[in-house]
Design a protein around this ligand. Structure first.
Ligand code: NDP
Length: 455
C-alpha cells in the first residue's frame, strides 16, 4: 500500500510513499529497543553534541524543508522558513541545557545518609503527531527526549509523509545511531498495536481530543505514561484600557497564523462593551485586508486549509452557528477557486452552545463576543471545555497579571499572543490535555524520577 501526499493549494499529488509493512514495523521496533540500550548509556554530552548537529542540518536545508511543508499542508512559505529555524532553536536549546535540566538533585547529604533524585530515560517513546506544524511539533518532542536518552518512534499525520521522512533524515544526517529516531508510516488503526508493544515505554500525542481519548485509553490499559497536547479555543480578552493599535494587529495575527490552524490560535475574542465597536470595526477591516493565495508566494498571508475535508468541517461549523442565530461580519463561504481555500471570517452575536461558542474552529474564523466588564470577560473566557492558552490586553500590567492568573489555561499571556518557546513549559488543562512539553518540565515527562538512598 502507498500513502500519497496532496498539495492542498492545487489538489495535485506531491509524492507517494510505501506504507510501513508489519514486518518492517517489527524490525524498526526491535532496532529502536536495541538502540535504546546503547543510547541511554551514551554520555549526555555526546547526545547534546549530536543535537547541535541536527540544528546545523536543519539550517543547511532550510529551503528544502520549508518548501516540503508548504507543498504538503499549505502553510505560507515565510512561516515554513520560520518553523525550520524554530526547530533548529529547540535542538540548540537542549544541546546547551539538557544536562542541567537532568542533573541529579541532592536532597540530603550528611553522616546518616545521602539521598539523591536521578532522572533516567524510560525507553522508546511513540510520538503521534499532527500536520499543522509538521516539523515543529515533532522536534518539540524529539529534541528533549533524545537528549534525555530516550529513542523516538514517529507516527506522523497521514497527509505529511514527506515531512516524516525528512525529519528521520535530519537525525540520520546529524549522525544519530540507526534506530534513535524512526518514522513509521502506518495508519491510526494500527497505533494500538504499537502502544501495546512491550518495547514501547510511553506515548505522546498532539492532535484532536478525540484522538487523545483513544490513545489515552489504550495507554491507560497498558499502564503507560502518556502526554496529551490537544485542541484549544483560546480566549483573547480585550479590556477597555487595551493599547488598541497593537491589540488589533496582534488579534489578526493570533487568529490567522498558519492559515488559522494552530491549537494556540486566538479563537474567541472577548471584548468589553466600552471598546467593542471600535475593536470590531478595526478587526474586520484588518481581517479583510489579508492576502489569501498561493502559499509559495512570499506575499501571501493565508494559504489553503490543509485538507479539503477539514475545510468542509470548518464551513459546517460556521453554517451551523449562523443557523443558530450568529451574525456574519466577513467571509463565510469557501472561495471560488481550486484548492481548499477558506477566507478570513468573522462571526458575532453567537449564541451560547453554538459551534463557534463551544467547539474548536481550526481555520481562519474568529468569533467576537461583547461582554459588560472584566469579570464577565473572565467568566466567558473560562466558559469552555478547553484550557490551552489565553491572552489579555490592557495598559495596566498588574491588572493583566491578575486576570492572567484567573484564566483556566496552561498558558496565559498579557499583551502578547500565545506562543510556544523552548524555554517555557507548554501544555493545557481541561480537555486540552495533560503533561507538559518543553523547558525542564518537558524533558522530565518521559524519565524515571528515581529516588536513591545511600545509607
Ligand atoms: P487528528 O487528531 O485526527 O490527527 C492527529 C494525529 O493523530 C495524526 O497523526 C492522526 O493520524 C492521529 N490519530 C487520529 N486518530 C487517532 C486514533 N484514534 N488513535 C491514534 N492516533 C490517531 O486530527 P485531524 O487531522 O483529523 O484534525 C481534526 C481536528 O483536530 C482539527 O480540526 C483540530 O480541531 C484538531 N487538531 C488539533 C491539533 C493541535 O495542534 N492540537 C493539530 C491537528 C488537529 P492520521 O493522520 O493517520 O489520522
Amino acid at each position: 500500500m502507498s500513502i500519497e501526499s496532496t498539495n492542498p493549494a492545487t489538489g495535485d499529488v506531491v509524492d507517494s510513499f510505501e506504507e510501513t509493512s508489519d514486518e518492517e514495523r517489527e524490525d524498526r521496533l526491535e532496532r529502536a529497543s536495541e538502540t535504546f540500550e546503547e543510547w541511554s548509556e551514551t554520555p549526555i554530552e555526546t547526545r547534546q553534541r549530536l543535537l547541535a548537529k541536527a540544528a546545523d542540518v536543519l539550517r543547511e536545508n532550510e529551503d528544502d524543508y520549508a518548501r516540503l511543508m508548504t507543498e504538503e499542508m499549505g502553510k505560507p512559505i515565510g512561516q515554513a522558513h520560520d518553523e525550520v529555524a524554530k526547530c533548529a532553536w529547540v535542538c540548540d536549546y537542549y544541546a546547551e541545557t539538557a544536562a542541567e535540566h537532568l542533573q541529579d538533585e541532592v536532597i540530603a547529604s550528611d553522616e546518616s545518609a545521602r539521598t539523591v533524585v536521578a532522572y533516567q530515560p524510560l525507553g522508546p517513546v511513540l510520538a503521534i503527531m499532527p500536520w499543522n506544524f509538521p516539523f515543529w511539533q515533532v522536534f518539540r518532542f524529539a529534541a528533549p527526549n533524545l537528549a534525555a536518552g530516550n529513542v523516538g518512534l514517529l507516527k506522523h499525520a497521514s497527509n505529511v509523509p514527506g515531512c516524516a521522512q525528512a525529519i528521520q533524515d535530519v537525525f540520520e544526517q546529524a549522525g544519530f545511531p540507526d534506530g534513535a529516531f524512526t518514522s513509521l508510516l502506518i495508519s491510526s488503526d494500527e497505533i494500538d498495536n504499537v502502544i501495546e508493544d512491550d518495547r514501547v515505554a510511553g506515548v505522546t500525542l498532539t492532535g484532536s481530543d478525540g484522538a487523545g481519548r483513544a490513545v489515552a485509553e489504550t495507554a491507560g490499559s497498558q499502564l503507560k505514561k502518556n502526554v496529551l497536547e490537544l485542541g484549544g479555543s483560546d480566549p483573547f480578552v480585550v479590556l477597555e484600557d487595551a493599547p488598541m493599535d497593537e491589540t488589533v494587529e496582534t488579534a489578526v495575527q493570533a487568529r490567522l497564523i498558519n492559515n488559522g490552524q494552530s491549537c494556540i490560535a486566538a479563537k474567541r475574542f472577548i471584548v468589553v462593551d466600552d471598546v467593542y465597536d471600535e475593536f470590531l470595526d478595526r478587526f474586520v477591516d484588518e481581517m479583510a485586508a489579508q492576502t489569501v493565495g498561493d502559499p509559495m508566494n512570499e506575499d501571501t498571508d493565508i494559504g489553503p486549509q490543509a485538507r479539503e475535508d477539514l475545510m468542509e468541517d470548518l464551513h459546517g461549523q460556521v453554517e451551523e452557528t449562523l443557523e443558530q442565530g450568529g451574525e456574519l461580519e466577513l467571509g463565510g463561504e469557501p472561495m471560488d477557486r481550486d484548492g481548499a481555500f477558506y477566507p478570513p471570517t468573522v462571526l458575532t452575536d453567537v449564541p451560547e452552545n453554538a459551534p463557534a461558542d463551544q467547539e474548536e474552529l481550526f481555520g481562519p474564523v474568529a468569533t467576537v463576543f461583547r461582554v459588560p466588564d472584566e469579570e464577565a470577560a473572565i467568566e466567558k473566557a473560562n466558559d469552555t471545555r478547553f484550557g490551552l492558552g489565553a491572552s489579555v490586553w490592557t495598559e495596566d500590567l498588574e491588572r493583566g497579571e491578575r486576570v492572567a492568573r484567573q484564566f483556566e489555561s496552561g498558558l496565559a499571556f498579557v499583551n502578547e499572543l500565545v506562543k510556544s518557546d523552548p524555554r517555557l513549559p507548554f501544555g493545557g488543562v481541561k480537555d486540552s490535555g495533560y503533561g507538559r512539553e518543553l523547558a525542564r518540565h518537558g524533558i522530565r515527562e518521559f524519565v524515571n524520577t528515581k529516588t536513591i538512598w545511600v545509607q
